[in-house]
Design a protein around this ligand. Structure first.
Ligand code: ADP
Ligand code: MG
Length: 637
């Protein structure tokens, strides 16, 4: 029985998962102008595979099978029109081949397809980020053969496909450990069957890969009698790439181009980075960090299972890529490498978890990145604006997550405000403070569901009238930010929609006296409204915020804002039920009309309308929309 299953396993034909088919179509038909991707991805996989072997061999050196000179070999055969990329890395078992090459068993597949734009350059970029690199082989090949044997195992497996929906698996012999990928080139792709061409591609993408990439040497062979001649390949191997750790080299030895290529390698991004910081730290902790800020947000910025982060090396040996231990969440867009001289080579995830050394490296690296952003904001405001557009919302998570750097992060934040009155987030807190009126004591803000709702909120009327700037906040993360950022440079941040508005010194005595008179005159009216609204409101009072609108809702000083309550409810969370305060503007025509209404039911209808429209204006939902419509209609008639 057992024998039979084994035989059955020997050769089988398997279907690709649906997404793989779709992806292959995309590769073949839309990425044909990015042919070099294929080689770059295969080299990158080979390099990953040797990293994995090195890491597993720390615990089990038998995996080396007496061959510990890790390398990648590349060759080509003009006659049969193939290119071969082989490595002596970890290899794959049969199950691993099925899991890694036959499916896309990764999170975010849907997001990936949704984020495709149809623009070749952009889509090629996404393919790299998503890590579906292997399939890019089909850009230049119409058949791909992969032969692999996992280190320490006996059986090898041959995978073959022409990229049209299925692939075959066969059990084969392979004496040497690792993986060999053979690309059978498509018609017209012969440019790759060229020694010089291949070498220049390898150099372009792989100089910084620490692993040697070898090819056979070629030499010029003179024709007989000194006439003619040809290039012939010899048996001698030569290392094509520089094979040096870029980050370990001296800064002024590295060109901008090299920094940029290295970034593309570690980040799987096709575009140049926006900025980088390269430093060697000595002292208690010794490490090198080379950290980059991408110029575009990756599609999985909000995906919890996102895969890329900072690569950790110990003395040039790759240890692991970790998205969390080396960078806080709010800097999760940072890419690059950290190479420690102190951590043990056999460092595990568990050790990383609560290592003080790692903590120190992390906090040092965070400082570097914040410093880089400060410089960018100061010296290259246009670049910083680009950064903010891509990652601003993520950085806003910072003050809540990183208490120690709160001030620094606060300085990096940008908002929309009534100053420019557009939705572009360009105002810094220190810019705001610089424009504050001499008598102004606090920083005013409003939060709302959308920018338009914030910009047109009735709560802003008095501020506009007096020319006081208000920050307009409409990102979901803003409420979270405001929970931890309660002051800046000693100035409290205060919502214009919460509490009893006291403009303090911003009002003169005459204004205060006028207000007191209005309040006194409106006393009976207020009581009548309160009686008709009953339990719906906490309080009814005269407003000091409105000039043009009849009414608005205000949350208590220490209550959640209406906006945050709605966000929590939408997320299915419990939000404490708090009743709003209704503020009315006795100078408004509608309110005056209310005052003259003697019939109680009509008065109650008008009072409810006042309440409901105040709720609508701040983006809230009516409890009883049908009654609202009925009242509205009776008023119109
Ligand atoms: P990624 O490299 O981003 O994971 P790829 O499509 O390039 O995506 O590769 C898919 C997976 O196939 C890899 O994660 C790895 O597990 C496996 N793989 C590809 N090439 C090799 C190789 N040369 N040696 C071992 N495993 C490989
Ligand atoms: Mg890959």
């Amino acid at each position: 029985m057992a024998k039979q299953t084994k035989e059955k396993l020997a050769t089988e034909k398997l279907e690709f998962r649906a997404e793989v088919k779709q992806l292959l179509q995309l590769m073949i038909h839309s990425l044909y102008s990015n042919k070099e991707i294929a080689l770059r991805e295969l080299i990158s996989n080979a390099s990953d595979a040797t990293d994995k072997l090195r890491f597993e061999a720390l615990a089990n050196s038998a995996l080396y099978e007496n061959d510990n000179e890790l390398k990648i070999s590349i060759g080509f055969d003009k006659k049969v029109r193939t290119i071969t990329v082989s490595d002596n890395g970890i290899g794959m078992s049969r199950d691993e081949v099925i899991a890694n090459i036959g499916t896309i068993a990764k999170s975010g597949t849907k997001e990936f397809f949704n984020s495709l734009t149809g623009d070749q350059a952009k889509d090629a970029n996404l393919i790299g980020q998503f890590g579906v690199g292997f399939y890019s082989s089909f850009i230049i090949a119409d058949k791909v053969t992969l032969i692999t044997r996992r280190a320490g195992e006996k059986e090898a497996v041959k995978w073959q496909s022409s990229g049209e929906g299925d692939y075959t698996l066969e059990t084969v012999d392979k004496p040497s450990r690792g993986t060999e990928v053979i690309l059978h080139l498509r018609e017209g792709e012969d440019e790759f069957l060229n020694d010089w061409q291949l070498k220049s591609i390898i150099r372009k993408y792989s100089d910084h890969i620490i692993l040697p990439i070898v090819m056979r040497k070629t030499e010029w062979k003179e024709g007989k009698d000194g006439k003619g001649g040809e290039m012939v390949t010899t048996d001698e191997l030569e290392t094509v790439n520089k094979a040096s750790a870029l980050w370990a080299r001296a800064k002024n030895d590295i060109s901008g181009e090299e920094y940029s290529e290295f970034y593309k390698h570690v980040s799987h991004d096709f575009q140049a980075p926006l900025a980088y910081t390269h430093s060697r730290v000595e002292g208690k902790q010794e490490y090198i960090s080379l950290l980059y800020i991408p110029s575009k947000a990756p599609f999985d910025l909000y995906d919890r299972e996102r895969r890329h982060g900072i690569k950790l090396y110990v003395k040039r040996v790759f240890i692991m890529e970790d998205a969390e231990k080396l960078m806080p969440q709010y800097l999760r867009f940072v890419r690059g490498v950290i190479d420690s001289a102190d951590l043990p080579l056999n460092v595990s995830r568990e050790i990383l978890q609560d290592s003080r050394d790692v903590e120190a490296i992390k906090s040092g690296s965070v400082k570097k990145i914040l410093g880089l952003l400060e410089d960018l904001a100061k010296d290259k405001p246009e670049e910083y604006a680009k950064f903010w557009g891509e990652f601003g919302r993520v950085l806003k998570e910072g003050p809540g997550e990183d208490f120690a750097n709160k001030e620094k992060i606060a300085n990096l934040l940008r908002f929309a405000s009534t100053h420019a009155n557009t939705d572009a987030q360009t105002v810094s807190l220190s810019g705001y403070v610089g424009r504050m009126k001499p008598e102004q004591e606090v920083i005013y803000y409003i939060t709302a569901d959308t920018f338009a709702a914030a910009q047109h909120s009735p709560h802003l009327e008095i501020f506009r009238k007096k020319g006081i700037e208000v920050l307009l906040m409409s990102d979901k993360v803003d409420e979270w930010l405001l929970g931890s950022l309660v002051e800046f440079e000693g100035k409290k941040l205060q919502s214009v929609a919460k509490g009893d508005l006291d403009l303090g010194k911003l009002e003169d005595d005459a204004e205060k006296a006028a207000k007191a008179k209005i309040e006194k005159d409106a006393k009976t009216l207020i009581e009548r409204i309160k009686a008709s609204l009953g339990e719906e409101v906490k309080e009814v009072r005269v407003t000091h915020r409105l000039t043009d609108s009849p009414a608005c809702l205000v949350a208590g000083e220490h209550d959640l804002s209406g906006n945050l309550t709605r966000i929590l409810k939408a997320a299915g969370q419990n939000a404490p039920e708090t009743k709003p305060t209704l503020e009315i503007n006795p100078m408004h025509k509608l309110v005056r009309r209310l005052e003259t209404e003697s019939e109680e039911t009509k008065f109650a209808d008008l009072a409810h309308l006042l309440f409901d429209q105040a709720l609508l204006a701040e983006g809230g939902q009516l409890n009883d929309p049908a009654s609202f419509v009925r009242r509205m209609n009776s008023l119109i008639v």
